[in-house]
Write a protein that binds this ligand. Structure first.
Ligand SMILES: O=C(O)CCC(=O)C(=O)O
Ligand SMILES: [Fe+2]
Length: 349
């Protein structure tokens, strides 16, 4: 079945003989898709299949380690630093489900009770002093640090093409406009593992892989394995499957760029749920397959002032949001997601 999200081919963007018209066509197609569904597949980008295969192999090796070893690089307590290993249940992607009336008729927030069934490991630039990396001792997984820090910069090379194409497609004053707010040191490479779970737990919402959420980044680039389960909400409100396409980047707009573009580019809800095909289940319990994915979140420098982009406002469309320092925006978002105080997984408590 053909994927339902738009496919943007970057071959023309990257070719040394490309004309300005061809580049503009790629950029306009990208921005058109980002104005509606906010998610696209990007093919013929700079991240080779070999690099991707290696990245998934390292991801599997990491999560195959025993819990005690993974916990030698624990995610720090609280929302300020987002690095290292998060054990299943630590991160709650969407804590406030909505509102409901309590017994006295007062409107209160409905907090989620479902545990997220995933583990993750976050890596940033080694030069980012505000977000220091949390590494395993090298003897536990020799080569992991070297590979992942180099893969971080490979992803950044592909991200720069996308930021340039977005600047051109949005008719910003020049192609490097958005890049000037992004030096690459504030991005985040995330390795994700969703262990096998009984399908009925996901069907009955007692467990979740990743509930519906939007990303906070400027853009996110996601690599997924062939398990499936990622779904994206369209503007009509229905969730459609973002089927695995080998080697493709799934690129989406994050909340920061939506705000920055005066809501012209859309940051849409997405979630990870049951793998779509029956052959993804094994055994009596209908265990789902394990799933691995690798998102790369691209964010502006923390000292950037995020103020409506010049081509996204005119007399009829004044800026909807006041300027905000990116550091303040990030802290505001992180404090909702990570609230831990000394929690540890049962196995290492
Ligand atoms: O695992 C996936 O495919 C999606 C991950 C995701 O949406 C996220 O980490 O924000
Ligand atoms: Fe996401």
């Amino acid at each position: 079945m053909a994927p339902v999200l738009p496919i943007i081919d970057f071959a023309d963007w990257l070719s040394p003989t490309t004309t300005q018209e061809e580049k503009t066509a790629v950029a306009k197609a990208l921005v058109d898709a980002c104005r509606t569904v906010g998610f696209v597949y990007i093919i013929n980008h700079r991240v080779s299949q070999e690099q991707l295969d290696d990245a998934f192999a390292w991801t599997k090796k990491l999560f195959d380690l025993p819990m005690e070893e993974k916990m030698l690089a624990p995610h720090p307590d609280g929302p300020a630093v987002h690095r290292g290993y998060s054990w299943p249940g630590l991160e709650k992607v969407s804590q406030v489900l909505g509102t409901k009336e309590d017994d006295e008729g007062k409107i209160v927030s409905e907090l989620r009770k479902v545990q997220d069934c995933k583990e993750s490991y976050e890596i940033g630039s080694e030069e980012n002093k505000e977000q220091p990396n949390v590494w395993l001792p090298d003897s536990i997984l020799p080569g992991f640090r070297t590979f992942t820090t180099s893969f971080y910069w490979t992803c950044w090379a592909a991200a720069q093409d996308i930021l340039r194409a977005l600047s051109l497609g949005l008719s910003l004053p020049d192609e490097d406009y958005l890049l000037r707010f992004h030096d690459g040191h504030n991005n985040q490479l995330r390795l994700l593992h969703y262990p096998p779970v009984p399908a009925k737990e996901l069907e009955s919402d007692t467990l979740a892989r990743m509930p519906a959420h939007t990303d906070w980044s400027s853009i996110t680039m996601l690599f997924q394995d062939d398990c499936g389960g990622l779904e994206v909400q369209t503007r009509q409100g229905e969730f459609v499957k973002a089927e695995p396409v080998k080697g493709a980047i799934i690129m989406n707009i994050g909340d920061l760029l939506m705000r920055w573009s005066n809501d012209i580019l859309k940051s849409n809800l997405h979630r990870v749920t049951l793998p779509p095909r029956q052959d993804r289940f094994t055994g009596d319990e209908r265990l789902t397959r394990a799933r691995y994915s690798i998102p790369y979140f691209v964010s502006a420098n923390v000292d950037s002032v995020i103020e409506c982009l010049p081509s996204c406002t005119d007399e009829k469309n004044p800026p909807k949001y006041p300027p905000i320092l990116h550091r303040d925006y990030r802290l505001m978002r992180a404090s909702v997601q990570y609230e831990t105080k000394g929690q540890k997984p049962a196995a290492v408590a």
